[in-house]
Design a protein around this ligand. Structure first.
Ligand code: CAO
Length: 567
């Protein structure tokens, strides 16, 4: 039995790299080539593979540590007789990753200081030599097959320095910045974001710095040659560059803009950070870096997102409401919002921005239903239940959802499917001191008016006492927001996404009704139905509300009889 130390292979830079993730713990079994940590350099985020298999007996690093080539990462105990002197200098095959893990080291970048120096010298020579076009291929990225272009960092016409990032590739194991092999002007970009490329494939054409100088040189200087080739022949020039295409795509409604780096090269973020920023739609230019030498950390990106969510608005392209110092105008109190109020604000904002809302209004003539309800008062008292109009409205909504199932759906996030629900659960908005809560009554279609009356009171009490469990508020198909006891003639409720419809109930009032001979007093209940116009069309909504109104107004429709039959 011998213990082996797994060390950081040649990471192609003399600078230390940060441990951003430790993927193994003591006691784990690892295999050769299994990733054990993630290191992040200026240029690449790399998964470091284990050079030995066996049991991890000690993990010698933690997140945030800065490691250089050769630093010890873990100790592995194995049966195999591999090495006798663990403290000896790292032999080449141990210090280098195996071919299969080559991408993890990003060794396409200058693998040694001398080599980098050589390349710099080459670049300098190129700059003073005659102008020429330089074809930029995908460098040696290891034996990884096709890799995706996840970011184009330059645009056609940009001036780049040797070493500037042209684009970023991402394989299963690492994301890699492809540096410009020389200083000059970007003549052509031959790939776009999302394209798959492989080693050796041409990705860009540069005009060497010498050529760029030549272009700018005054005419008549014979020693500087003007390039013969047009910068980009019109017949080959795409109407939009890949970068422009990306920006156009980002402008599609509903999509967040991609993370964009400022063109001045002043943003220092590793690929993992930029990938996170891109995933979250964060423009790094708006984020304050807190890492060493003004580098961005993942935490910076997450903190920015949290602030944006808390503030609301930003990232949506909607101008921010300017902050006002209200204390300038009189005495104020700054009160922390409850968690529920904050999450209600976020939910409302999300629903308001995502859902194309339409609201439709009608009045239900509940004169007869009110008489019926009052007739049931004695029975309600006997049962110890308060019978308000609400349980009838719940039941009528369940019947309308059955009659018009187009409301009993949710949109699949894939944007291509609709989820039809074969159950009828309805939520009710409850005003509580902590904020608005929406407990859900399950299987409303299967319950009678008395059960619904009991459940509305029980859930409202639970909500006000702060005793609702998350499951009490999940699984709704439709919601009711009743302001009837409070007042108002109508309002437009916000759809409780991912549901697609919500009924707003206002205060019933006695109004004159023309019965053909005279005006007689009738009780009207104002109803407003808001719906997600992506899922429900106007005709469906019209039918739904008409059905609902008829059930509540009529004494004789099938569903009106069902409604009364349940009491
Ligand atoms: N029109 C006229 N009167 C109404 C009515 C209506 N639409 N709805 C209820 N009422 C009457 C009730 O009959 C009751 O009168 P009585 O005491 O004389 O019987 C009184 O108003 C109070 O009713 P209630 O509020 O106790 O009971 P409810 O079943 O109507 O409502 C609940 C239950 C939980 C919805 C309610 O307590 C509540 O929290 N309402 C606030 C809802 C809310 O905040 N909505 C905000 C939505 S924000 O989008």
């Amino acid at each position: 039995m011998s213990k082996q130390t797994v060390k950081v292979p040649d990471i192609g830079t003399d600078e230390p790299a940060e441990v951003t993730e430790v993927l193994v713990s003591e006691g784990d079994s690892v295999e050769v080539e299994q990733s054990i940590i993630v290191l992040e350099t200026d240029k690449a985020s790399v998964e470091v593979p284990s050079s030995h298999g066996g049991k991890v007996v000690s993990v010698l690093v933690k997140e945030g540590d800065q490691l250089k080539t050769g630093a010890a990462i873990i100790e592995v105990q194995s049966e195999a007789e591999v090495q006798t002197d663990e403290e000896a200098p790292v032999p080449a095959e141990q210090g280098q990753p195996s071919a299969g893990a080559k991408d993890a080291t990003a060794d396409y970048e200058s693998p040694s200081a001398e080599h980098r120096e050589e390349k710099r010298e080459e670049g300098k020579r190129e700059a003073t030599e005659a102008p020429k076009e330089i074809n930029v291929p995908v460098p040696d990225i290891g034996d990884v097959g096709d890799v995706e272009v996840i970011e184009i960092s330059v645009a056609v016409g940009d001036q780049v320095e040797e070493g500037d990032t042209l684009l970023v590739l991402e394989s299963d194991k690492a994301s890699m910045e492809i540096p410009s092999p020389a200083s000059g002007k970007v003549l052509k970009l031959l790939v776009g974001e999302g394209d798959k490329v492989k080693q050796g494939q041409q990705i860009a054409v540069l005009q060497s710095a010498g050529a760029a100088v030549a272009e700018k040189a005054p005419e008549g200087k014979p020693e500087t040659k003007r390039t013969e080739k047009p910068v980009s022949p019109p017949e080959q020039r795409p109407t939009t560059t890949p970068v422009q295409q990306t920006q156009a795509a980002a402008a599609q409604p509903g999509e967040l803009p991609p993370a964009v780096e400022a063109g001045d090269g002043s943003l220092h973020a590793g690929p993992a950070v930029r990938r996170l920023a891109r995933q979250l739609g964060v423009d790094l230019g708006k984020v304050k870096p807190t890492g060493p030498r003004k580098r961005y950390t993942k935490e910076d990106v997450r903190n920015y997102v949290n602030k944006v969510i808390a503030r609301g608005g930003a990232g949506t392209g909607i101008p921010q409401v300017p902050a006002v110092d209200f204390a300038e105008f009189g005495e104020i109190n700054r009160v922390k919002m409850s968690k529920i109020k904050r999450s209600t604000a976020a939910n409302m904002h999300r629903a308001w921005l995502n859902v194309p809302h339409v609201s439709q209004f009608d009045d239900a003539d509940i004169t007869e239903l009110e008489s019926f309800r009052k007739e049931k008062k004695a029975e309600a008292e006997k049962r110890g239940v308060k019978l308000t109009p609400l349980p009838f409205i719940f039941k009528a909504c369940a019947l309308a959802l059955k009659a018009e199932p187009s409301f009993n759906v949710s949109l699949d996030p894939d944007g291509e499917h609709i989820i039809e629900k074969h159950y009828i659960n309805i939520g009710m908005a409850v005003d509580t001191p902590a904020g608005l809560m929406v407990p859900v009554i399950r299987d409303v279609d299967k319950k009678d008016i008395w059960q619904l009356a009991e459940e509305t009171v029980a859930l409202a009490t639970k909500a006000r006492d702060g005793k609702l469990l998350p499951k009490d508020m999940q699984g709704g198909c439709f919601s009711i927001s009743s302001l009837g006891a409070i007042g108002g003639q109508g309002f437009t409720p916000v759809v409780n996404t991912p549901e697609v419809g919500i009924l707003g109930v206002s205060k019933a009032a006695i109004k004159p009704f023309w019965d053909g001979k005279a005006f007689v007093p009738h009780t009207f209940l104002p109803l407003s139905l808001s719906y997600d116009h992506r899922a429900v069309n106007g005709a469906d909504a019209g039918r739904f509300l008409t059905h609902l109104v008829k059930t509540l107004s009529s004494e004789t429709s099938d569903d009106a009889l069902v409604l009364r039959g349940h009491a």
